[in-house]
Write a protein that binds this ligand. Structure first.
Ligand code: NDP
Ligand code: BG6
Length: 498
């Protein structure tokens, strides 16, 4: 087993939501699993005023809300937490931070290995690295220095390129870990194993045998209190540019020669660079944008997007995107990929559906059964294969049956959450599941025409909160194709439009 280097984890944006809700609980879980090194310090950095103790109290209170928590272990873990108030935008204040890190390194016998996690507003993603470098904190003379950058990585293609340029002045690509938490999901990684460790799927995994592919990223929640952020982002930037294009890359990429950061990411970027550029025709006919409107679901009144906190009442930001797209390469030419994502759908479900072609000649019935492979990314993680069976009895009638695997049936297995897995990988120095700069650019390059199109007048369809989105999205499909309904539609008694 690899022994982990002792290190300091410095989290900028330590007073924020991500630190409290995701990062510290993930680090605690790794601690419980004995996946953290023997000596480590987690140093929270932000402008708010906390002592080490009040910072610990705030973060621990959040973890303690889990009734099964091991209180003694949590108390021990909390001793590894420290806090340093600085304004990360002010370069002179980094002297204090540097001194604090060095003093903890001496006290806890930690070599100069430091992971800087940027959980701040994106406007600081180029400022913090520059300020670290001004104090020599990027130098790897006595130990490694790694920089973890949260999404969004840029606002469009141009700003993503600018951000990279700025980072490369002081850090190398090898030091930069761009997080896309979808790549940390067990079920997303499993797509590679499903495809490349089993000889039964891969021979069929191409345009000759696959009719079309659906990728759905549906959420039942609205935008909550994130109106300020979301209204400048929209579903295109929030979900498609990063998470869902990464999922498509996993579905569509060629097998890497070996599993390591370079080989994997070379294949990812190759397929992303083959995404067929969207034409004016595609923007008009293969793209549907929508926004949720007010409705009543199961007796509860759901606000419209425009009524959400922080959203202008004439906002034209999309909370729904459906897109028909293609990959121009040998394997996928002509196979439509239908991608949809939205807030305020009837349920939360992320899944990939591979629709195999029908048999060439219908021997048993006019309408042969569907062969579908459904990769359930979340919730109820698993894989479902549907195929035809002879209906018992006389004649040769068919009916559709399935084979269904659920992760929850694996005994004695605990799935790491995305942040647990990704934090562990950064500490190990494994960048395989992090987005490389060229892949991020390829994703922006693909969505850029949509971002430009949204600057002009465009059709934005309303859909009642709690429904599967605008009816217009059905028109994207070719004959015999349609969205799979991952759960029953709400009935009239469940739901009424206001
Ligand atoms: P919050 O608004 O909750 O926290 C932001 C943090 O940055 C605070 O610690 C704040 O601390 C600090 N900060 C805010 N403004 C400034 C400023 N002008 N100068 C210096 N520091 C500032 O955001 P989140 O924690 O939700 O998100 C952090 C980042 O992570 C964002 O980029 C977000 O896009 C990304 N992200 C968040 C997710 C989440 O689930 N929350 C999921 C995926 C990505 P203080 O004011 O004390 O300095
Ligand atoms: C985040 C988006 O990156 O991903 C959110 O900003 C979205 O809007 C979330 O809800 C979805 O992640 P998950 O893991 O819940 O599917």
């Amino acid at each position: 087993m690899l022994t982990l280097d002792n290190n300091c984890i410095v989290i900028f944006g330590a007073s924020g939501d991500l630190t409290q809700r995701m990062l510290i609980p993930a680090l605690f879980k790794l601690y419980m699993l004995k996946e953290l090194p023997t000596s480590f310090a987690i140093i929270g950095v932000s402008r708010s005023d906390y002592s080490d103790q009040s910072f610990r109290d705030k973060l621990i209170k959040h973890i303690e809300s889990d009734p099964d928590v091991d209180q003694a272990a949590l108390d021990k873990f909390s001793k590894h937490l420290f806090y340093q108030a600085i304004d990360p935008a002010k370069v002179d204040q980094y002297a204090v931070l540097k001194e604090r890190i060095e003093s903890l390194e001496t006290q806890l016998e930690i070599p100069s290995n430091t992971l800087f996690y940027l959980a701040t507003p994106p406007s600081l993603y180029s400022v913090i690295p520059k300020n670290l470098a001004a104090h020599g904190m990027n130098k790897e003379d006595n130990g490694w220095k790694r920089l973890v950058i949260e999404k969004p990585f840029g606002y469009d293609l141009e700003s993503a390129i600018e951000l990279d340029k700025s980072l490369y002045k002081d850090f190398t690509e090898k030091q930069i870990y761009r997080i896309d938490h979808y790549l940390g999901k067990e079920t997303v990684q499993n797509m590679l194993v499903l495809r490349f460790a089993n000889s039964i799927f891969e021979p069929l995994w191409n345009a000759k045998y696959i009719d079309y592919i659906e990728v759905t990223g549906a959420e039942d929640l609205g935008i909550g209190t994130r109106g300020g952020y979301y209204d400048n982002s929209g579903a295109m930037r929030d979900m498609i540019q990063n998470h869902l294009l990464q999922v498509i890359a996993m579905v569509a990429m060629e097998p890497p020669a070996v599993i390591n950061a370079d080989s994997m990411r070379d294949e990812v970027v190759k397929v992303l660079q083959c995404l067929k550029p969207l034409t004016d025709h595609d923007l008009k006919h293969n793209l549907v944008l929508g926004q949720y409107t007010k409705s009543h679901v199961r007796g509860k009144c759901l606000s419209s997007y425009r009524e959400e906190e922080g959203v202008p009442n004439d906002s034209r930001t999309e909370t729904y995107v459906a897109l028909k797209m293609f990959i121009k390469n040998w394997r996928w030419d002509g196979v439509p990929f239908y991608v949809r994502t939205a807030k305020r759908m009837p349920t939360r479900v992320t899944e990939v559906v591979i629709h195999f072609k029908k048999t060439p000649h219908p021997v048993f019935s006019a309408n042969p059964p569907d062969n579908k492979l459904i990769i359930r990314i979340q919730p109820d993680e698993g894989t479902l294969l549907t195929f035809g069976l002879k209906k018992p009895g006389s004649g040769f009638n068919t009916e559709e049956v399935s084979m269904d695997f659920h992760y929850k049936n694996l005994k004695n297995t605990q799935l790491l959450t995305a942040y647990e897995r990704l934090l562990l990988d950064v500490v190990k120095g494994d960048a395989t599941l992090f987005s490389r700069s060229d892949a991020v650019h390829a994703c922006w390059q693909f969505v850029q025409p949509i971002l430009d199109y949204k600057k002009q007048s465009f059709d934005l369809y309303g859909y009642a909160a709690g429904t599967w989105g605008p009816i217009e999205a059905e028109a994207l499909f070719e004959k015999d194709q349609t969205w799979r309904s991952p759960c029953k539609n709400l009935t009239d008694t469940d739901y009424c439009e206001l």
